[in-house]
Design a binder for this molecule. Structure first.
Ligand code: FE
Length: 208
């Protein structure tokens, strides 16, 4: 038996890192994998399990959901038919998927997961996720008197929703993606994010 959508679904709830995020990352990963010489079983399992401990970051920002998720996945994988190399690679992919850890993936499957996850942090998708989160914490949409912080220190330190694009999102540069397809998709999503901000600020300043 292999890890599949029905099995993975029960680990996730709603929210910006909820089940719909996992489904998008899974689709992104499969799309990127088409162009790569990789083990699809590893790509699928790691995409489906990569955020199983993500909810714990909200409890305590010092926790590392990637490390915790890797440890939990290692135990769960005992019930499935993967060879040792596959198991190790799934656990490794989850462990290094968090880009902020600054780890350059050593396997193609881990590189695919990292790209697939980061694509969900760009474009129309991140615009939706970002305002969803801003609404949840009853945050400010935009206030030009509050400048963006130069350094992003985590979700607890967000100034305004629009600033969050400058504090974090626009720092996700397409050229830092690992795979050819990942880069290509990232460029188009990055461009869209910039266009959105341009339009928003023009409207805000009554220029259009
Ligand atoms: Fe994720």
């Amino acid at each position: 038996m292999k890890i599949d959508i029905d099995y993975a679904k029960k680990f996730y709830g709603n929210g910006a890192h909820g089940w719909d995020h996992i489904q998008r990352v899974y689709s992104n990963a499969l799309r990127i994998a088409e162009n790569e010489n990789c083990d699809l079983e590893i790509v699928m399992a790691s995409a489906l399990l990569h955020d199983i401990e993500r909810y714990r970051d909200n409890e305590d920002i010092t926790l590392d959901h990637a490390e915790l998720g890797a440890q939990r996945a290692e135990k769960l994988l005992d019930d499935f038919n993967y060879n040792l190399n596959q198991k190790e690679n799934i656990v490794y992919s989850i462990r290094v998927h968090r880009y902020s850890k600054g780890i350059i993936p050593k396997t193609i499957e881990a590189a695919i997961l990292q790209d697939a996850d980061r694509l969900d942090a760009l474009g129309a998708t991140i615009i939706s996720r970002l305002f969803y989160n801003a609404g949840k914490r009853k945050g400010i949409i935009h206030d030009p008197s509050i400048p963006p912080r130069a350094e992003y220190k985590g979700a607890a330190d967000i100034t305004t929703a629009i600033n969050h694009f400058y504090e974090k999102i626009l720092k996700i540069k397409p050229e830092t993606f690992n795979t050819v397809k990942g880069k290509e998709l990232a460029y188009s999503r990055y461009e869209f994010t910039e266009k959105f901000l341009e339009q928003f600020l023009k409207e805000y300043n009554c220029e259009i």
